[in-house]
Structure formats: C-alpha cells, structure tokens
Design a protein around this ligand. Structure first.
Ligand code: F0G
Length: 471
C-alpha cells in the first residue's frame, strides 16, 4: 500500500514572529533568571516548550466566540454554553467554573479532606498534592511500578496499582480515604495513559469501600486517544465516546481547561452529587467568583465550550499527539534517553542519565533545562527533584525516581520544522554534555519552589562551560 502521511487539520491564518537571540544574550538572560527557566522573560525565548498549559492556539471559531462574550455578572449565556458542552462531552451533572485547575483542586480538597486523611493518587501532581496537604491530607502514590521506570514500554503506565490501593485501604481504613485522585495521561510520569479496564477496576474497588473517585481530567482527551490506539475493543470507538466512558466511572473531576480544552485560561470542578455541588458553589463565591463565572470572563467560557467540541475531533487529537511522537522519535533515533513510550503532551528527557556526571543533589534536570536554553533558546521545564520539594517531616529533599526535563508541546502552535530545530539542539548538547555544570539554591521558596527558586552553578559562573576554555 502507498504511504499516506497525516498533516495538521488546519492552515495558518495569523502569525506571531519569533526572535532569535545570540548565545551571549541567552547566557545573560539565564543568569539573571537564577538558572530557572520559569524566570526567563518570554521575549528572550525562541521555541517555548515550557508547558502545554494555556499556550494553545485558538481556532477562528473560538476567536469569534470571544466576541460573543456575555459579560453579565450573573447567569451569563456563555456559562450555559459551557455547562452544556461539559455535560455532553464529559457527562457530569453539576459544573462549577474556576479560574484554572488549581482553583477547582482547592475547593474539592477543602470540602472532602479532613485532617489525618489519606489521598491515594496515580502519581502526584504539584498543585494537586499541595492542596491535599493544605487540607490536612497525606498523598499516597498508588501508580504502577512501571511508571517509575523510564525504559519500561508498558502501554498504560498511568494505571493504578490495585494492590497498592487495597493495601492502603487495609492499613488506614476506608473511612480515612475521602477519594482516589485519578489522573488521566499522568503528567509527571511522562504523559502516560490509564487503560479503561484499569479505570473501571480502580473505581470499582473504591466504590465497593464507599470511597469516591475524582478524576483529574486535565488531559483526559489525550488519554482517550491512547485508549483508542492501544486498548483492545476500543479501536472503533470515537474519542468522544471513550472520554464519556472514562468519566462515567468517576464521581466528578477537576479540570485545568488550559490543556485539552484549547484555551488560554480556565478550569472547572464537576460533580454528580447535588449536595456536594451546593457546598462547592458556596465556596466558589468566596475564592473565585459567582458560581456562573468562577473567576472567568464570559468570553473565556465561550472559547472553552467551543474548545471542548474541537478537542474531541479525531483529526485534531491525532495531529496533536502525532507531533509529539515526531519529536520523540527524532530523539530516540539520536540515542537520547527519553521516557518511553512517548507520551501525549511532551517529551520527557531522562536528565539523570543524560547528565550522569552530576549527582542528584546538584539538580541535573534543572541544569539541563538551563543549558538547553543557553545552547538554543529552547525553553524546557524541570520535572525532578526541584519540583518534588522537601519532605514535610524530615525537611530533606525528596528525590523522585524520575529526574526529567519536559519539552512540552503547545497545541496547534509550532510546526514540524520547530520540532527538527529542537531535536538538533538537544542532540548538540548531548554531544557536549560534560560541559554542563551542576546547580545549588540561592533562594528556595517554601511552597511549589520550582516556580520561583533561584540557583547558581556549583563551579564557575556558567551553566554550559565554553568548550575552548574548559579543561
Ligand atoms: N493537574 C494537572 C495534571 C496539571 O498538569 C496541572 C497543571 C494542574 C492540575 C493545575 O492546573 O495550572 O490550571 O492550575 N499543569 C501545568 C503544567 C502547570 O505545566 O504541567 P492549573
């Protein structure tokens, strides 16, 4: 059969120029940013792969939707459009909009977690875990062991380990577990999916013990695509059908709409229980805004409701994940150690292996992200020891099994030529990896330290030593 490639299911109508900087400009910029890519000014970044959060390109229909914003304080027509889209595609009954995902996490955690409770989850996410802890809970990781091994090719590395979940129930008692925090396409594991069989089983086990299940639906559409690709029996299901089925097993979700939903800001909490929804509505007015806008403008809700419809179109999701695979395969072909299988929203490079000359105490992932920026102007994000923070009781650094940098691909923004340039930059630095220096803190924030921490090189003052001057 003749080869038939896919291409992006859109054409470009408007462009945003990119600025190319010199290496010495980038050295200065990263030094001023305390070697933390979060603190760079975006004007100094060439290809921005910091995150897929809020960085999507909206469609012409979504931009048109902005003009249809009904900016009424109460009862905006756009809220009802959003509610309708979520009810149709996610299937939940009660919808409470929030300014972004963590707004929903805050409300859910405060409503359901009591001091001394345990919250199992398939790997932590930074903001999710922090809100669980602020509410008095302790997060317990119940993801399958395969998720911690970057080389393991298991197709559903996001799965819940049912034995770990059962062991927690036996140890602390179901009455001390308010809910399972179930994430689809697990971000910190490398964008790895859960299977529907596992979702069904994990939810079944929880419900048997009267434990609720709340989905972190942030990348559930991407998870649905992997189910269609990999899980027997789902090859002929639509993405929309699979998404509905995922949600149907759970009691509600928190959502960062800045990812799957193709918007630049927004989120929501969805629940099926009417009483819990009332409590959540009482809380949202305190922390976010009235329950029909939750911190969002009417136009934001309109763009979100249109984005939800576009997100479940097969051609969209195939091109989105296809682009991530394209970059991943280029890196694999060049021998770069990345998390496998290739995930849904980005490529995760194994920084501990890439920079094997640096001890974990010198934050190899933080160093690699800074060095990649100096080499190429490509901005990546640390997802390792700095992100994992400190243990609250011992005060020591947590050393997660995965020490990664994430090249996160915004949706519908970059072309394959940008992916080629990125791959070449990573390969270039791999060839000179011994020139990368370790880092130590000069400023360490107490909460979510990765966002604002500052560092300095452990030797010299450059993150990427000059090949000519290094011994
Ligand atoms: N859950 C997951 C799985 C996320 O990836 C994020 C955000 C959130 C919750 C919080 O949502 O940012 O809207 O408040 N992830 C971004 C990222 C920040 O870059 O991975 P938010």
């Amino acid at each position: 059969m003749k080869k038939r490639s896919w291409a992006e299911p859109y054409k470009i109508k408007m462009v945003e120029p990119l600025r190319v900087t010199t290496r010495s400009e980038r050295e200065q910029a990263i030094t001023e940013a305390g070697f933390n890519t979060f603190l760079l000014h975006s004007k100094d970044v060439y290809i921005d792969l910091l995150t897929d959060s809020g960085t999507s390109a909206m469609s012409d229909r979504q931009w048109a939707g902005l003009m249809m914003g009904d900016e009424a304080y109460a009862g905006s027509v756009n809220f009802y459009h959003l509610q309708e889209a979520i009810q149709k595609f996610y299937g939940y009954q009660h919808i409470i909009p929030t300014h972004q995902g963590r707004g929903a996490e805050h409300i859910l955690s405060q409503l359901l977690i009591h001091k001394g409770d345990y919250v199992p989850g398939n790997m932590y996410f930074t903001t999710t875990k922090l809100h669980q802890e602020l509410a008095g809970g302790t997060f317990v990781d119940v993801i399958v062991d395969e998720a911690h091994d970057p080389d393991n090719e298991f197709p559903f590395k996001g799965n819940v380990d049912l034995a770990k979940l059962q062991a927690l129930i036996d140890r602390v008692g179901a009455e001390h577990i308010p809910y399972l925090s179930l994430e689809t396409n697990v971000n910190m594991a490398g964008g790895q999916p859960c299977s529907l069989a596992n979702i069904r089983a994990a939810c079944g086990l929880c419900h048997e013990h009267n434990i609720k299940v709340f989905l972190d639906a942030t990348r559930a559409v991407e998870n649905a695509y992997f189910i269609k690709q990999r899980e027997a029996g789902y090859e002929n299901h639509s993405i929309a059908d699979i998404l509905r089925e995922i949600c149907s097993h759970t009691d509600g979700c928190t959502m960062s709409a800045k990812k799957d939903c193709l918007v630049n800001i927004g989120g929501w909490l969805a629940v099926n229980d009417a009483e819990l929804a009332d409590h959540a509505r009482n809380m949202v007015v305190v922390y976010e805004g009235l329950h029909t806008y939750g911190g969002l403008a009417g136009r934001d809700m309109e763009a979100m409701s249109l984005g939800i419809r576009e997100s479940v179109e097969y051609d969209h999701i195939r091109a989105r994940i296809g682009q991530v695979e394209y970059l991943g395969n280029a890196l694999i072909d060049a021998g770069i150690p990345i998390v496998r299988p290739i995930g849904g929203h980005g490529i995760f490079i194994d920084a501990a292996r890439f920079l094997s000359h640096l001890p974990r105490e010198e934050f190899p992932a933080q160093a690699l992200a800074a060095a990649l920026y100096v080499e190429s102007g490509v901005r990546a994000m640390e997802r390792g020891t700095v992100s994992a923070g400190r243990d609250h009781t011992t005060g020591k650094n947590n050393f997660p099994k995965l020490e990664l940098i994430r090249l996160t691909i915004p949706r519908r923004v970059y072309t394959q030529a940008h992916m080629d340039v990125t791959a070449e930059a990573v390969v270039g630095i791999y060839e000179d990896r011994n020139l990368v220096t370790g880092l130590r803190f000069t400023y360490e924030p107490k909460q979510l330290r990765f966002f604002q921490a500052r560092f300095e090189p452990t030797t010299g003052n450059q993150i990427l030593r000059d090949p000519d001057t290094s011994a």
